[in-house]
Write a protein that binds this ligand. Structure first.
Ligand code: ADP
Length: 528
């Protein structure tokens, strides 16, 4: 160890009581101390806060920490204050402070006492604050939850887009971006928007070796399937995510009636009930919380043993975050998602009211979820690939921890059928959604087909050697591989791509996985 390394180890012990750095912390801290722009991508629980807190504490000047949630900022400030005898060592600057409080914050910063100043992005737009911050030494600006800057992240906040301009006004200060959810696309957006392509980037692995990933086809028996699953995990803590409040209520009720201790949690319940249900779960007065995605932010229960998705999530990033609440203590964590293509179509329909750019993004993110559900490869490999990581691990690293690896799906050659399907899409000239394409293949008439006189065409019924379920499954798998694409604006018109036309010309082997069914599931509104 050189003298600098000894120094930061000493400071780590002095302030935080830890004898060792976790993961990439030491490298990150060295980069920050070197006054270089730094980008940190670590999963939740990876120890990101310390990466900027320690350099802030040991450097001259005040570090500005931008964070989107007031509650989280308050927690962090309290934690820092508990490390020191000086309250002024950390402050939050926001509009809820009184004039006297603001004066105190400014005084502590000016005197050099304040090492960490937490601000919400919208506070930073206030002229008065910016002018003040220009007059004091700033060690660096840390941007927590940096994915909020990207429309491709799971929590886009437009105020984050302004940050770079404001930071520029503060002079030459290094920027530290931190996030727990960064696909390559989001990473690129962060670096671009913060204008820091030169940043030292540190990325920890997102692999969670103790989590088991499973996808089951959603059938009408889903409730009894869930009950059976929970009874196999008797007395263990778990979370069930649903997309609608109505479903949350009905599943919680079904579980209760079946002797499982469960409570609902969603934004439609009053704050008192929500807090009560959350506490009951944390204190183990109930085993299961049935919730919308409103539940989970900041929940740190180490022994959640399963996370069930009753409905598929809107993106793989949300899925990763939500399943990440299982097995925090390193013990078992079973992540079970129920999948039905009807749910996908419901989500697509739900997006139709949104602005076009948002629709396009939502649609693309959803396609990745479909691909995950449909894949026959290792789910861990698939998820990590989505996060820009090539997983090549062994059993101890989770290589055998998913349904596809343990029970490989039966796969059958479908080259000729893919050609048939692609030809039908080409020959019907991009007027049909999946249902009519499949009907055309099997030779079934409905009003839409009649209106277009497709039933009089020579290719009508060309795929009647297989049934509707088969073609629907094949169509979805072909969509995932990119030979077909689904039009965004028309909500589901299927088109053939250049790659699809090439496939017709020179077909290659196409191994289709056999087991997904096409299920009907009841319609309902989606609200969280
Ligand atoms: P993140 O922000 O990445 O989700 P946190 O900063 O909240 O993670 O850290 C997660 C946990 O790890 C905290 O309980 C923190 O005290 C602990 N931790 C951080 N650094 C170390 C370390 N060097 N040694 C031991 N524990 C650490």
């Amino acid at each position: 160890m050189n003298s600098n390394e000894i120094e930061i180890h000493k400071e780590l012990k002095k302030y935080f009581g830890f004898s060792q750095f976790k993961g990439l912390q030491e490298q990150v801290i060295t980069s920050i101390l070197g006054k270089t722009n730094t980008f940190v991508i670590m999963p939740t629980g990876g120890g990101k806060s310390l990466c900027y807190q320690l350099p802030a504490l040991i450097q001259d000047g005040t570090a500005i920490v931008v964070s989107p949630l007031i509650a989280l900022m308050k927690n962090q400030v309290d934690a820092i204050r508990s490390l020191s005898s000086e309250n002024g060592i950390a402050h939050v600057l926001n509009s809820s402070l009184t004039k006297t409080e603001i004066a105190q914050v400014k005084k502590d910063i000016t005197s050099g006492l304040t090492k960490l100043l937490y601000v919400a992005p919208e506070s930073l737009t206030k002229e008065e604050y910016v002018t003040f911050l220009q007059s004091v030494p700033i060690s660096f600006v840390a941007i927590d939850e940096a994915h909020c800057i990207s429309e491709w992240g799971h929590d886009f906040r437009p105020e984050y887009r302004n940050l770079k301009n404001i930071i520029k006004q503060l002079g030459q200060v290094p920027i530290i971006g931190l996030t727990a959810t960064a696909t390559p696309k989001v990473q690129e957006d962060i670096l671009k928007n913060l204008d820091m392509s030169d940043a030292n980037t540190f990325k920890a692995s997102f692999n969670r070796p103790n989590l088991y990933y499973e996808v089951r086809t959603k059938t009408k028996n889903i409730e009894s399937d869930i009950i059976r699953f929970i009874k196999q995990h008797k007395g263990k803590s778990g979370i069930i995510y649903c997309l609608s409040r109505k479903k949350v209520e009905s599943i919680a009720e079904v579980l209760q009636v079946n002797g499982i201790s469960a409570v609902p949690y969603h934004a439609g319940l009053d704050a008192k009930t929500r807090a009560k249900h959350q506490d009951m779960f944390l204190m183990e007065d109930v085993d299961v919380v049935v919730a919308t995605i409103a539940f989970g932010m900041g929940i740190d229960k180490p022994d959640v043993r399963f996370v069930i998705h009753h409905d598929i999530p809107k993106s793989l990033e949300s899925y990763y975050q939500e399943t990440g609440r299982a097995g925090r203590d390193g013990g078992e964590g079973h992540c079970l998602a129920y999948y039905s293509y009807k749910d996908v179509e419901k989500l697509e329909k739900f997006m139709s009211g949104k602005p076009v750019a948002e629709q396009e993004i939502g649609f693309a993110l959803l396609q990745e979820v479909v691909a995950y559900a449909e894949t026959s490869m290792s789910r861990r490999k698939f998820l990590l690939h989505y996060f820009g990581e090539e997983f090549d691990g062994e059993a101890g690293e989770g290589a055998d921890m998913d349904d596809n690896v343990r029970n490989p799906k039966t796969r059958i050659e479908a080259k000729d059928q893919v050609v048939k399907l692609l030809e039908i899409v080409r020959d019907t000239k991009h007027i049909y959604k999946s249902k009519e394409i499949v009907f055309t293949l099997i030779g079934r008439i409905n009003a839409v087909i009649k209106a277009h006189k497709t039933d009089t065409q020579s290719f009508f019924g060309k795929g009647s050697d297989h049934d509707e379920k088969y073609w629907m499954a094949l169509l979805r798998q072909v969509l995932v591989t990119g030979y077909l694409s689904k039009d965004i604006e028309t909500y589901g018109i299927i088109k053939i791509t250049e790659a699809g036309l090439d496939f017709i010309k020179s077909p290659v082997s196409f191994m289709m996985s056999e087991d997904h069914e096409y299920n009907e599931s009841e319609d309902e509104a989606i609200v969280t």
